[in-house]
Design a protein around this ligand. Sequence first.
Ligand code: OAD
Length: 270
Amino acid sequence: MAANSTSASYEAFHQALKSAKHIATLCGAGLSAESGIPTFRGEGGWWRTFEATELATPTAFKKNPSRVWEFYHYRRELVLKKQPNKAHKALVDFEDKILSQTPQNQTFTVITQNVDGLSSNLKNFIAMHGSLFRTRCTKCGYIEENRNSPICEGLKGTENSNFDINLPIEKLPSCTKCNGLIRPDVVWFNETLDPDILNKIHEELNRCDLFLIIGTSGLVYPAASYANYVKSRGGKLAIFNIEDTGKADFKFIGPCGETLPRALDVCEET
Ligand code: OAD
């Protein structure tokens, strides 16, 4: 779908960007869609015969750790082959622009629900749902960065299977400290978010006067409540999505790889 916002709406948004003091974003899976990473809802949300959201739960992991690891191994292998797209780059370029102001009279914070790490070039970002490339031990709690491909020998090649492999626990990824079973360090459904991260997000929302909602269906809490919160404090909202997902002061309907660079006025010279 092509972007369909008018030049006037981009100009109005440029004015809003200039006058805002504290700009923040809430990003979702749509930000990475143009990098070739499936979103959670809609047709991209299926893996084998499961909905992605059925597997991202502590109950699913307890019941069948092999299946959940096969799913996360598949996602890690997929993401490791992907690159940041034009929308990710626009956020980085916009941050550079804000940071190069003298004096720096605006702030820019990217809050993302994504766990793919494709925004890790940013200096100021909050990954509220954790990272695909961090693991946490279910026994001793040890957390570490892990970009190994494959993450363990047992999972090698399972990303191409259409069936459960049913690996025993000993063949699943294990802790480098205590050899216990590790899990992806991502926030699953029915789990609470890290309180320090929530505090940081609330600090941002409490000062934010322009909130960009990029590629998210806005269905998962607490993130789903942020737009209304900013609005209730008098902040302005801008939606970047291929679908119309709600009320906002600015709407840029279309692939965010097209709309975001133009809206943030950081289009690459051609
Ligand atoms: P969803 O899959 O729910 O929504 C993706 C959104 O991106 C939809 O609104 C699409 O219309 C939009 N979209 C798709 N392609 C786009 C493009 N090229 N440009 C702009 N928008 C596009 O993903 P999230 O909202 O991120 O949580 O889902 C939120 C959370 O639910 C995820 O972080 C994850 C998931 O289950 C956990 O894993 C805890």
